[in-house]
Design a protein around this ligand. Structure first.
Ligand SMILES: Cc1cc2nc3c(=O)[nH]c(=O)nc-3n(C[C@H](O)[C@H](O)[C@H](O)COP(=O)(O)O)c2cc1C
Length: 215
């Protein structure tokens, strides 16, 4: 298995897969990598459907703008964010877990203060739509864990964010409206490992020059 750095360097978007199935223990390992991802206030909004059925993959391909590699991949993860992870009852559950596990250093220790926690927990149930951005951001982290784990296992994958009408994916898999489809991730053994794709330079991503780079 590759190290994290090796996986980051060797990962490519793979859009052509061999027909060999992905072993179940690898599927489990990829899901475990998602489960262990960090999330704000430990809300863990990510949810998944694992698709291996040919007919379901063909329908998914059609919905996702006819991207052929979705149907070709032996396994496809439908990656979703459950907005109900942001209800007050969920918040209270996660808060209680923090206490139970002694995670009181959250928010520079303010979380240890019962009055602070009481104020947090007294807020009314939010409009779940307002949590779409954090739900997506946190689920993206989990998905990239899956991508890197797949690479480390010798598999290929490709993020699919072009979902066409994501509501059609909800309908296909009976996913409730409060669970938003974020991305689709086809995974399998690559037929070819492409060359690295271009990236902008370190200088371009630094908003302030870094002395050590100009040496
Ligand atoms: C959020 C996200 C959505 C993407 N959606 C698609 C997609 O729908 N179809 C596709 O072929 N590639 C998609 N990609 C892959 C990008 O095109 C690819 O990451 C980029 O061109 C860099 O190439 P590399 O991943 O091989 O380094 C997506 C990537 C990300 C991160």
């Amino acid at each position: 298995m590759l190290t994290v750095t090796e996986a980051i360097r060797q990962r490519r978007s793979i859009r052509s897969f061999r027909s060999d199935p992905v072993p179940d223990d690898m599927v489990s390992e990829i899901l475990e990598a998602a489960r262990l991802a960090p999330s704000a206030s430990n809300r863990q909004p990510w949810r998944f459907i694992v698709v291996t059925d040919g007919e379901e993959k063909a329908k998914l391909r059609r919905i996702c703008l006819d991207q052929a590699f979705i149907e070709e991949a032996p396994v496809v993860f439908v990656c979703c964010a459950d907005l109900t992870a942001y209800t007050m009852s969920s918040r209270k559950k996660r808060s209680q877990e923090f206490l139970d596990y002694g995670v009181t250093e959250t928010l520079s220790g303010r979380f240890a203060d019962p009055a602070f926690r009481a104020a947090l927990n007294a807020a009314p149930d939010p409009d779940l739509e307002t949590f779409l951005t954090p739900a997506m951001a946190n689920t993206y982290i989990a998905i990239e864990h899956m991508v890197l784990t797949a690479t480390a296992l010798g598999l290929g994958s490709c993020w699919v964010g072009a979902l066409g009408n994501p509501g059609e994916i909800n309908a296909l898999f009976n996913i409730p409206e409060t669970t938003v489809v974020i991305a689709v991730l086809p995974v399998g053994y690559p037929t070819v490992i492409p060359h690295p794709r271009p990236r902008i330079s370190l200088e371009e991503i630094l908003l302030r020059p870094l002395a050590v780079l100009s040496k």
